[in-house]
Ligand binder design. Structure first.
Ligand SMILES: NC(=O)C1=CN([C@@H]2O[C@H](COP(=O)(O)OP(=O)(O)OC[C@H]3O[C@@H](n4cnc5c(N)ncnc54)[C@H](OP(=O)(O)O)[C@@H]3O)[C@@H](O)[C@H]2O)[C@@H](O)CC1
Ligand SMILES: Nc1ncnc2c1ncn2[C@@H]1O[C@H](COP(=O)(O)OP(=O)(O)O)[C@@H](O)[C@H]1O
Length: 441
């Protein structure tokens, strides 16, 4: 998985690599430049590198030197940079220009994580000029310098936290440092295919349906159909729906594999999708504390009026709020949650047991120790019922024996991955579209 760092953590990584592991700035800059060089489009000819005063600028200069080595038409705009790469660039004849000219790619190597706003004077004027003249593609190194209209950001070594809220295309490039080294600095990770592959459970040839657990869902209306169908399709051995007559009747034709009656034998309960807020969730929760539990939607609203329930939750409980539901159960201000989701989840997670997922573009999963971010979904998925579907999927993977945290990660990733696949074909992605593709190879 890829570590996520805010600016303070990125600086700590820098210090750690230099002081504890004996890397030098030059080794890191060289590694960064080679990774950038490998990634950058070399089918075009004209490049301009806008160079800032620090190491972000040095990365840009080292890249310019590599582009020059393969005879590309590369120029630099550099008012000041004390690194050796500036001297080399000038010595080998890379032209230094003062104003932006026509080119194919402009590389923004002005500022990285060492920047602290606002930008004024010379750099402000240069940035305005870069944005104004734009007949080129702008590629930013590590972070897009304030207000630059970047087309792509190539992050170095870690995912930069501020870019979680940006829709600019981006990629993390390795710079020859083992990711485990970052673990003592950051506990935030972007979930990737590699991690999903490592937690995926394969089915034993001699298995039986009872090996894949029993899910009992308390839900009503369309939400009940979505959650229970998602549980069935994600592979739980048995799914039971506890609901009203009308819903069960509809479920019979929509979801024939689901069992429309109660059971005393089950491993997981999923509480809440459109189940009403006047239901007695407290007694179900208190009598099932030995089971795994997914608490969603109306059950979360009920808890916000019965907060003492939070104290009894176990490590095997999953809360699945969207930001407003999280605000209701935590008492935190909604804007504060949106601005500082990690801090707020940590504050909440230190008080109560279990795993929580804060849903949205960035699904942030916190298990009391680490944050796992699933950010491959898209806004076409923002419509009612998506959360109900997710609850059913999480319950299903819990029943199949996934660790609590991993069940949430696996379900969220599968849902978002289908959403990503469908986004190429559709403008709106409904939960039923996702349902039809759950478990497809
Ligand atoms: N460790 C790693 O993982 C690796 C990191 N690497 C690279 O290093 C980058 C970080 O480098 P960095 O620390 O030198 O900071 P950087 O972003 O170049 O800016 C600092 C300069 O900007 C100046 N400045 C700041 N704000 C300003 C303002 N508002 N207006 C005007 N000036 C302002 C500031 O001035 P000062 O505050 O010192 O007066 C200083 O001169 C990182 O993003 C990545 O690209 C790679 O090389 C390889 C491995
Ligand atoms: N902008 C977005 N980008 C990606 N995924 C989104 C976005 N908005 C919502 N989602 C997904 O949709 C679901 C929203 O859940 P929720 O708000 O509880 O929906 P509902 O209550 O209608 O079931 C989550 O799984 C989330 O991942």
């Amino acid at each position: 998985m890829i570590n996520v760092t805010d600016n303070i953590e990125a600086k700590k990584v820098d210090t750690l690599l230099l002081n504890e592991y004996n890397y030098t700035e030059d080794v890191l800059i060289q590694n960064a430049a080679h990774s950038l060089f490998n990634e950058i489009d070399k089918t075009v000819n004209k490049y301009i590198v806008a160079v800032g005063p620090g190491n972000n600028g040095a990365d840009g200069l080292a890249l310019a030197i590599l582009l020059h080595s393969i005879n590309k038409d590369v120029k630099i705009i550099c008012k000041k940079n004390m690194s050796i790469y500036h001297k080399i660039a000038l010595k080998i004849g890379i032209p230094s220009i003062e104003h932006v000219q026509s080119c194919d790619i402009l590389i923004d190597a002005l500022f990285g994580f060492g920047f602290s706003g606002p930008v004024q004077g010379y750099y402000k004027e240069l940035i305005d000029e870069i944005n104004e003249k734009k007949d080129y593609k702008i590629i930013s190194i590590d972070l897009n310098t304030a207000h630059i209209n970047s087309d792509c950001v190539l992050m170095l070594s870690t995912y930069k936290q501020t870019l979680l809220n940006s829709s600019i295309p981006k990629k993390v490039l390795k710079i020859g440092v083992n990711e485990k080294i970052y673990e003592c600095v950051s506990n935030k990770y972007i979930v990737d295919e590699e991690y999903i592959g490592s937690i995926k459970k394969e089915k034993n040839e001699f298995c039986n349906k009872s090996d894949f657990g029993r899910v009992k869902i308390y839900a009503k209306k369309g939400a009940a159909l979505l959650a229970s169908r998602a549980s069935v399709k994600s592979g739980s051995g048995y799914t039971y729906l506890i609901s009203d007559d009308e819903t069960r009747k509809a479920n019979l034709s929509f979801n024939p594999e689901c069992i429309n009656s109660d059971t005393t034998k089950y491993d997981v309960i999923c509480l809440g999708p459109n189940n009403g807020v006047d239901f007695d969730y407290a007694s179900i929760i208190y009598t099932n504390l030995d089971k795994k539990m997914v608490i969603d939607a109306d059950a979360l609203t009920y808890i916000s009026n019965n907060l003492e329930i939070l104290d009894s939750l176990t490590e095997d409980c999953v809360l699945t709020p969207h930001p407003l539901e999280f605000s209701r159960i935590s008492g935190y201000d909604l804007n504060e949650i949106l601005e500082k989701p990690f801090e707020k989840l940590e504050e909440f997670g230190k008080k109560y047991k279990g795993t929580i997922i804060l849903k949205g573009k960035n699904n942030i999963i916190y298990d009391g120790h680490k944050f796992y971010i699933v950010n491959i979904g898209n806004s076409k998925m923002a419509n009612a019922g998506m959360g109900d579907l997710l609850s059913g999927m999480i319950a299903s993977y819990l029943a199949q024996g996934y660790k609590t945290r991993d069940a949430v990660i696996y379900a969220t990733y599968q849902q978002a991955k289908i959403g990503r696949y469908l986004s190429e074909k559709k403008d709106t992605i409904n939960p039923t579209d996702i349902l039809s593709l759950i478990n497809n190879k």
